[in-house]
Design a protein around this ligand. Sequence first.
Ligand code: SF4
Length: 403
Amino acid sequence: MSTQAPIRRNTHQVQIDHIAVGSESPVIVQSMTNTDTADAAGTAQQIKALSDAGSEMVRITVNSPEAAGKVAEIRRRLDDMGCNTPLIGDFHFNGERLLQEFPDCAKALSKYRINPGNVGKGVKGDEKFAYMIRTAAEHDKAVRIGVNWGSLDQSLAKRMMDANLASANPKSPDEVMKEALIVSALESAQKAVDLGLPENKIILSCKVSAVQDLIQVYRDLGARCRYPLHLGLTEAGMGSKGIVASTAALAVLLQEGIGDTIRISLTPEPGSPRTQEVVVGQEILQTMGLRSFTPMVTACPGCGRTTSTVFQELARDIQQYLREQMVVWRAQYPGVESLNVAVMGCVVNGPGESKLADIGISLPGTGETPVAPVYVDGQRKVTLKGDNMAAEFLAIVQEYVET
Ligand code: SF4
């Protein structure tokens, strides 16, 4: 089978430290902390965990003097841990004051996220926006102008609603609001350029929480500018709903070449790791064939031919093992992220899928001889039997990676 990667929408390239965002670069996976930024140690620890999981940039809330006062320390702590992941400061309401009072925060961040709807109204709002943009330009920082459905600039929305009512062919209020999101992002970007921020320092986003709306807004936004776009379904929700909704929206856009950086905004289920959103983001890109991050495990769903849970446990253990090993393997074994491993439940599809993978195991189904043939590069290499099959298979995977 041959597959063709979608042609990316042509954009400016935006450099954020060592990470390049734009159509000439791979789609970047990013995430956001949920710690209090004033807790420098806890925040640095979570950023490191997100980074180890594969987050290529991490956004932190900068919402108070206590938070802004710790940003430089967080950067230092990360550098001490050997973590060079760029930090994005998320500013709302008081960003200009915090950047003014904490110049080391302004310098330590690699990118500022500014929400035009939360900067302020009128002349005062314009002055605050201008201060943040000029600070970014002065420190050579990138800016994401991040518009959000839940915090749209109300004066702009009213202006557009009034104009719509006065027009000969009024659109539905919903359509006007979507247009207002796009206009807010584009007008703010133009203001930033007029204030001296180069175009290749600007990324845009227009987040909404409904799948069809997001697709429509980004198609339109993408057609009207050359700025790289940050994709994400805002408030995607919890558990499978959040994952499915994000995947449905992002997959359509990515397939059309729209989107240069993504974040999956999952509401974490109690007890689930914050890193889950990074894994989901990577898996969307990898299963679409756009990037490779971690060896993929192909596993069958199981059926009445497998009455034990041995193969599900092995598939889970292998996936977990590969993901954990990637922190070390990434540097040692270039290309390992493209590895395919198959863990199959019985002889029906087991040998076939195992032969197609780089390494595959076909476990015995109910009533079958209790042996598990292992295939390497399409050839039957060994047949495992007994209680130690899982450990022996892991050793074969490890040996394959090393050699
Ligand atoms: Fe069922 Fe075997 Fe197919 Fe797995 S490979 S789903 S166990 S028939």
